[in-house]
Design a binder for this molecule. Structure first.
Ligand code: NAD
Ligand code: TYD
Length: 350
């Protein structure tokens, strides 16, 4: 069946993988990538599909309600897959308002545009909101986040994502808008902006720069390969039930310092350096304020109800990721020039 789907934030890290998957897998769908191209958005991520007949890029800001309403009327979308967001915790600590604006108000603008367009006729319509496990807060040494875990966001980023999740559910409850929400664990993979742990450390190891580890390095994250997240979004979009939430994760917990040692070992091998060379770059620095200790997703529901599981192990995914960054030096050089330099100096000179 033919469908017009608008994917917001499609020029970003995860969004570009979702756009590619949908454009290639569903030639009958018209895929619209709506993105305003912040520092994190990069059309180079989609070079391989930019000329596909079922792909259209719409440069637009979700904070501009008028522009969003106009685009919804003009293209009459059947579905929204909403990924556009400010996404980096450290930036949310420095500038929370940008997060409140884009993540909360921007989501409200999209919900309102969909509501006006669909006018209570929700046949074959769907609003898919992509969220994070960080809305559940921080875990102690045991336990997992379930879909029923109460929200307890701790950073301006996670609070803004939690607020947007609540809004989506409220539109479902109040206006009967058909929605699904997924809350995913930390992603890694090709095209991730090098402000996040894994691409930042790949970049620094390659350039013999120090590896700034926050606090004692014993913070724990649950890592998922971005291509597997895109596959999960495809599964939930097509098979998930209206009004449901699905947690997405790979049962793949790593303490930061253990992950960094694995990364250093793989990088030493790939760069032909003696074992132990890259690990010498590890430098412990002042902790992130309000740093969540541990995230861990229980992804049983999506596995049992929809049959989704990750396709690669962490070691395989990490190796593919390092290879991509080593082979795509020009992508890294482009995104790490200009504004990024001043961000880096400000963030790590404290
Ligand atoms: P990203 O920062 O790489 O990309 C965000 C994209 O949104 C960029 O292309 C940017 O230009 C666009 N954007 C930002 N503000 C916009 C606006 N006002 N109007 C239009 N476009 C705008 O983020 P990501 O890591 O790809 O995350 C995508 C989504 O997935 C986010 O909603 C995030 O909360 C969620 N998520 C991310 C992770 C992760 O580990 N990265 C994990 C779980 C959930
Ligand atoms: P990050 O990639 O920013 O994702 P999130 O904060 O959304 O989990 O960070 C992952 C973990 O790595 C987190 O515990 C913070 C830590 N970290 C560092 O120790 N140093 C760094 O320079 C960065 C960016 C992150």
């Amino acid at each position: 069946m033919s469908k017009k789907i608008v994917i917001t934030g499609g020029a970003g890290f995860i969004g570009s993988h979702v756009v590619r998957l949908f454009v290639n897998k569903y030639p009958n769908y018209q895929i619209f990538n709506l993105d305003c191209l912040t520092y994190a958005g990069n059309l180079e991520n989609l070079k391989d599909i930019q000329k596909a007949p079922n792909y259209t890029f719409l440069k637009a800001d979700i904070n501009d309600a008028q522009q969003i309403n106009k685009l919804f009327e003009q293209h009459a979308f059947d579905a929204v897959i909403h990924l556009a967001a400010e996404s980096h915790v450290d930036r949310s600590i420095t500038d929370p308002n940008a997060f409140i604006q884009t993540n909360v108000m921007g989501t409200a603008n999209l919900l309102n545009a969909a509501k006006s367009l669909w006018k209570n006729d929700y046949t074959n319509k769907r609003f898919y909101h992509v969220s994070t496990d960080e809305v559940y807060g921080s875990l102690g040494e045991t336990g997992f986040f379930l879909e029923t875990t109460p929200y307890d966001p701790q950073s301006p980023y996670s609070a803004s994502k939690a607020a947007s999740d609540h809004l989506v559910r409220a539109y479902g409850n109040t206006y009967h808008m058909p929605f699904v929400i997924t809350n995913c664990s930390n992603n890694y993979g090709q095209n991730q902006f090098p402000e996040k742990l894994i691409p930042l450390f790949i970049h620094n190891i390659k350039n013999n720069k120090s590896l700034p580890v926050y606090g004692d390095g014993k913070y724990t994250r649950d890592w998922l390969y971005v291509v597997d997240h895109a596959r999960a979004i495809d599964t939930v979009f097509h098979s998930g039930k209206d009004g449901e939430t699905y947690n997405i994760g790979g049962f793949n917990e790593w303490q930061n310092i253990e992950l960094i040692h694995l990364l250093c070992t793989q990088m030493d091998q790939k760069l032909g350096r003696a074992a132990g060379t890259s690990a010498q770059l590890i430098t412990y620095i002042k902790d992130r304020p309000g740093h969540d200790r541990r995230y861990a997703i229980d992804a049983t529901k999506i596995k049992n109800e929809l049959g989704w599981e990750p396709s690669v192990t962490f070691e395989e995914g990490l190796s593919l990721t390092i290879d991509w960054y080593l082979e795509n030096e020009s992508w890294l050089n482009n995104v790490t020039s200009g504004q990024y330099q001043s961000y880096y100096e400000q963030q790590y000179s404290k």
